[in-house]
Ligand binder design. Structure first.
Ligand code: HEC
Length: 113
């Protein structure tokens, strides 16, 4: 019993390890959720992460908008309504996603740079 208490105390010297654990969970969960969303909504039928498919690679998108601070809501809008001209003449159709889902997906794409 005594030894266990010491072990736990040295594992979490000042709560930092616990905070780190909570942070990692909070950060990685939405990312995984976004990939599920992307699959559910067939984004990956037209997009690869690393290279062009029918639409641009998500990493290319992230790199292009890396310096645009309003990119997330703008891309979310485009994800909902579709459109052409940013990457070529082929249009993205509108997608049946909610505003919240579109924003989660836009942030997920933008995080790939
Ligand atoms: C039927 C094919 C298709 C599907 C399905 C599709 N996209 Fe696209 N997407 C495209 C094409 C084509 C473009 C390039 C449009 C352009 O040049 O303006 C594009 C562009 C984009 C862009 C960049 C927009 C810009 O203005 O730079 C993002 C972000 C994006 N798609 C995310 C998604 C997400 C998220 C989904 C799923 C909800 C999705 N796409 C589903 C074909 C598709």
């Amino acid at each position: 019993m005594q030894r266990l208490a010491v072990g736990v105390r040295s594992l979490y010297p000042n709560g930092l390890a616990v905070a780190g654990l909570v942070l990692t969970t909070a950060v990685s969960l939405p990312v995984r959720a976004s990939e599920v969303l992307a699959r559910e909504h067939n984004c990956l039928n037209c997009h690869h992460v690393d290279r062009k498919k029918i639409g641009p690679g998500f990493r290319q998108v992230a790199q292009r908008y890396a310096k645009h601070k309003d990119a997330a809501p703008q891309l979310a809008d485009k994800i909902i309504h579709g459109g052409a001209g940013a990457w070529g003449p082929v249009a993205m159709p509108s997608n049946p996603v909610s505003k919240e889902e579109a924003l989660v997906l836009a942030r997920w794409v933008l995080a790939m740079k």
